[in-house]
Ligand binder design. Structure first.
Ligand code: KG4
Ligand code: ZN
Length: 328
């Protein structure tokens, strides 16, 4: 089969990322301009600021990718871009650049679903052996997805309120920790102990739910502050994390028992979590996760799934628009 060289763009949230990938696996260049330092000042992403940053950065990132890989735009076979879900203003920046390249270079345009991208971050280092169950856990998503081939995705579970990563970030914020809070809570929790006074009961239902847990933690911290009691951040981190990860594991184990997958993938920023990895690795199933740089948002994962869309001639036209609620 002929080689397929895809230029991919990902701007769904706060990272401006562009990558050049051959056959969905071979990474020729991968550049990310992170906005973490900017969003750290506000304790989270402000959409308007994120899209302005994308506008400022995207052409530099593109130039870097072409320069470091020694590639000219006419050499690519297609240009792929995240079309959703995500922040509409952020998505639009990537989409407009992708459309311009497609039009100027007469190359096919491929609109990619962000979650499919997160799942296909695993394709960089592994071949797929279906059925596959993927746990997609990030700042914007908490989902379990079943796949029986490259083109059919069945969402088994999603969240009825907050995403798990968002909840990590909010708990970090109330503890006066930096953004993003996930990695800091993960680290702190290692030296923490369980706090009985964080009142939370997990009730099993059809969806993930994180707002009740978030409120329980916030209430505990606020009450302690009001009474001038010391808040032990490590203990709060430990307790929060045990509840947060337990829920993931509970539903993941249900999915494994129901669908008997050959592979389980952990995807998205929260897949970096050490407690999650520890507990999932104890299950009797082959578990995979991408390298850290491909867990968080990146354009390589977009190129990886775009490769399969390319093979199916699943192209978009120039009417491609940002869709914050894009369905799988
Ligand atoms: O996939 P990602 O880069 O962006 C979205 O698509 O949302 O995920 C970012 C999220 C943040 O909420 C961050 O706090 C969380 O992933 N995260 C973690 C860890 N590393 C990153 N959460 C828990 N434990 C970690 N080690
Ligand atoms: Zn993401």
């Amino acid at each position: 089969m002929e080689d397929v060289l895809i230029l991919a763009i990902e701007t769904s949230c706060d990272d401006t990322s562009i990558a050049l990938v051959r056959n969905g696996k071979e990474v020729l260049a991968n550049k990310i301009s992170s906005q973490i330092a900017i969003h750290n000042q506000t304790g989270g992403v402000i959409p308007e600021i994120a899209s302005r940053q994308h506008c400022d950065n995207i052409l530099y990132v593109l130039e870097e990718v072409l320069k470091t890989s020694g590639t000219k735009l006419h050499q690519i076979d297609a240009v792929a871009v995240t079309a959703g879900p995500g922040l509409v203003g952020s998505l639009l920046v990537g989409i407009e650049v992708a459309k311009t390249i497609s039009l100027l270079m007469s190359k096919p345009l491929i609109g990619v679903h962000h979650i499919k991208g997160h799942i296909y971050a695993n394709y960089i280092e592994n071949d797929f052996d279906f059925p596959i169950v993927s746990l997609v856990v990030s700042g914007g998503h908490t989902e379990i997805v079943l796949q029986t081939n490259h083109y059919e995705f069945k969402r088994l579970y999603s969240t009825s309120d907050d995403a798990i990563g968002e909840c990590y970030d909010k708990v970090a914020r109330i503890l006066n920790l930096e953004y993003p809070g996930g990695p800091i809570i993960d680290r702190l929790a290692k030296s923490g102990q369980f706090i009985e006074d964080i009142k939370y009961t997990y009730t099993k239902n059809e969806s993930f739910t994180y707002s009740g847990l978030k409120s329980a933690v916030i209430n505990y911290v606020n009450t302690a502050k009001m009474k001038d009691q010391e808040v032990n951040a490590a203990d709060v981190a430990f307790t929060f994390q045990e509840y947060a990860i337990f829920q993931l594991l509970d539903k993941l184990v249900d999915a494994i028992n129901l669908y008997n997958p050959n592979q389980v993938f952990l995807c998205g920023g929260v897949a970096a979590n050490s407690r999650l990895r520890e507990l999932v690795s104890k299950q009797n199933v082959a578990v995979f996760y991408p390298q850290m740089q491909y867990c968080t948002d990146n354009a390589v994962m977009v190129a990886a799934y775009a490769y399969f869309q390319y093979l199916k001639n699943d192209f978009s036209d120039l009417n491609l628009n940002a869709n914050p609620n894009l369905k799988m």
